[in-house]
Write a protein that binds this ligand. Structure first.
Ligand SMILES: [Zn+2]
Length: 193
């Protein structure tokens, strides 16, 4: 089977993320890096509607190399991570409902056992900075030097991995973890973080 191009792959993953409910409405953005070129979703478009023609290619300065629309407003968050992490090739920024509820409340999401060996009891949450700001891009990239997941306080989630497929799996796991933690609270008010 022929391998998908990065624009085809990004479009496929965008629609998958939308279908899974990880990025409702026009929220969220994702990218794939190939050397020093980044394929990223456009701003102000539902991930449901991304096809390969709508994917934007940018360089590490944020210049548009291909595409008719404006790249995601979180473009520098993505680029800053790729600049610091040679081993990262895929990033998902989602507003999945359960994880985002934790982000809005400021309460941390406990890592389940499958994440337990990575040394942290919960996913790191970074302090609030406005969406699309340079401040957010810098704060998130700084934390992602040592983390594969960060929760953006008051906003959403960023997951990173060596491949976009694995970054998507992480986004799903974070959402599932937040959901389970939330539901456990309802069943047993003594279940704490
Ligand atoms: Zn966002």
């Amino acid at each position: 089977m022929q391998e998908l191009s990065i624009t085809e792959k990004l479009a496929e993953i965008s629609r998958y993320i939308y279908k899974k409910g990880l990025s409702p409405g026009k929220s969220g953005n994702i990218s794939i890096r190939s050397n020093e070129i980044v394929a990223i979703t456009p701003t102000d478009v539902s991930l449901r509607d991304i096809d390969p023609d709508r994917v934007i290619l940018v360089d590490f300065e944020g210049n548009v190399l291909m595409g008719n629309e404006k790249p995601s407003s979180e473009i520098f968050l993505h680029i800053n991570v790729y600049k610091c992490r040679d081993d990262i090739n895929g990033i998902v920024h989602s507003h999945s409902p359960y994880a985002t509820s934790f982000a809005l409340s400021g309460e941390v999401i406990k890592r389940l056992d499958e994440f337990g060996k990575r040394g942290r009891p919960h996913f790191k949450m970074i302090k609030y900075a406005p969406p699309g700001s340079q401040n957010l891009a810098e704060l998130a990239a700084e934390s992602l030097k040592k983390e594969d997941v960060v929760i953006l306080k008051g906003h959403g989630v960023v997951t990173t991995s060596a491949s976009i497929d694995d970054a998507v799996v992480l986004a799903e796991i974070v959402e599932e973890t937040a959901k389970v933690q939330f539901l456990a609270r309802l069943l047993n008010k003594d279940v704490k973080n």
